[in-house]
Design a protein around this ligand. Structure first.
Ligand code: UD1
Length: 337
């Protein structure tokens, strides 16, 4: 059974390809390598023993996307990861974000409808909840006005999917991720930020390995126990496994509704300082960090209510924070060898 993974050479995409292959799916990756490299296809093969098919093109190209779907109309389902994801960059270049993240989705949906491909899993984000009024945040929490064009593309994408489903046979599972971190246990694939990392954990590991001088902790005056902001960090392999379950659910026709939405988090919140402590413990390294001003647009705290996903998908995040930071550290060390 053939599954298309867009953005399959990216961070979450590559881990998901491995898990799909482990479950016997045939995977075809489409990626324009804008934030990854073709070596990842080799790395995936090294882990799973199976080389995924790979086509390099940009899904915002309408003709190329239409042609792709014509050639691969036997695809049973799509997991759509391919998107830009840097919050700050999206504020600087809003049109780049809207064009890239929305045009690609529209082209994919057109290809699905034209070729009778029924199932799509969409990469959404907890950013759609903004700073939730209640914690933990369940799937029924209200969608807040997006803080960034990036966040807005996730909200609009969910709306595009919902509107399209109303007038077609499309099945949609939108997965709202909390903060994915960590790497595959083999340390053969992991997160590969281009340039200076925006996200916490790659910044920590790059500082520890000596590429960055010092980590800036953005604010210790939040209304939290230690004053630093709290997130629900989830191991990328736990996240990847949830995608395989979502694909199974669609193919086995186990969905309760045409559109289903699930939170993917652990249900546990950790502060920035707690993540640093976990890293220091598992790595035996003392991290060079300093407290600086808050980062614009950051919320105080968010963590998931994963109960609906646990119950409906029969999925639960299994790996704890120390396993997450240790795997990230092993990956960083392997990368720099
Ligand atoms: C952000 C986006 C999320 C997106 C994710 C991946 C929001 C609200 N969230 O998550 O939608 O999917 O990036 O790109 O826009 N921190 C530091 N120092 C650093 C880096 C981060 O202290 O150098 C702190 C942040 O202030 C935050 C926490 O670490 O409290 C996590 O930050 P980060 O890893 O960037 O993720 P989010 O901002 O939560």
């Amino acid at each position: 059974m053939k599954i298309l993974v867009t953005g399959g050479t990216g961070y979450i995409g590559s881990h998901t390809v491995v898990e799909l292959q482990n479950k016997g799916y045939e995977v075809i990756i489409v990626d324009n390598l804008s934030n990854s490299s073709a070596d990842i296809v080799d790395n995936i093969q090294e882990i799973s023993g199976i080389r995924p098919l790979f086509e390099e093109f940009n899904l915002i190209n309408r003709e190329k996307t239409a042609d792709f779907f014509k050639r691969h109309n036997d695809i049973m389902g799509i997991i759509h990861f391919a998107a830009f994801k840097a919050v700050g960059e999206s504020v600087q270049h809003p049109l780049m974000y809207y064009r890239n993240n929305l045009d690609s989705l529209v082209n994919i949906l057109q290809g699905m409808i034209d070729n009778g491909i029924p199932n799509i899993v969409f990469s959404s984000s907890c950013t759609v909840y903004g700073q939730p009024d209640e914690l933990p945040v369940s799937e029924n929490a209200p969608i807040k006005k997006a803080e960034s064009p990036y966040g807005n593309t996730k909200q609009i994408s969910e709306e595009i999917l919902s509107d399209t489903a109303k007038t077609s046979d499309l099945n949609v599972i939108a997965l709202r991720y909390f903060n994915p971190i960590g790497a595959h246990e083999s340390a053969i694939i992991g997160e590969l930020p281009l340039g200076v990392p925006n996200n916490l954990v790659p910044f920590i590991t790059q500082t520890a390995i000596g590429i960055r001088e010092q980590l800036s902790v953005f604010g210790n005056d939040y209304d939290t126990p230690d004053g630093t902001a709290i997130r629900d960090y989830i191991h990328v392999v736990d996240l990847a496994k949830a995608h395989v379950i979502a694909v199974d659910r669609m193919i086995e026709k186990n969905m309760n509704k045409q559109i289903e939405i699930f939170n993917l988090g652990t249900g546990n919140g950790y502060s920035v300082l707690e993540v640093i402590k976990s890293f220091e413990k598992v790595s035996g390294q003392k991290l060079n960090y300093k407290i600086v001003a808050r980062r614009e647009g950051d919320i105080t705290q968010v963590w998931a209510d994963p109960e609906f996903s646990n119950k409906e998908l029969g999925w639960k995040a299994e790996k704890g924070i120390d396993e997450m930071t240790l795997s990230a550290w092993k990956w960083e060390q392997a990368l720099r060898k």
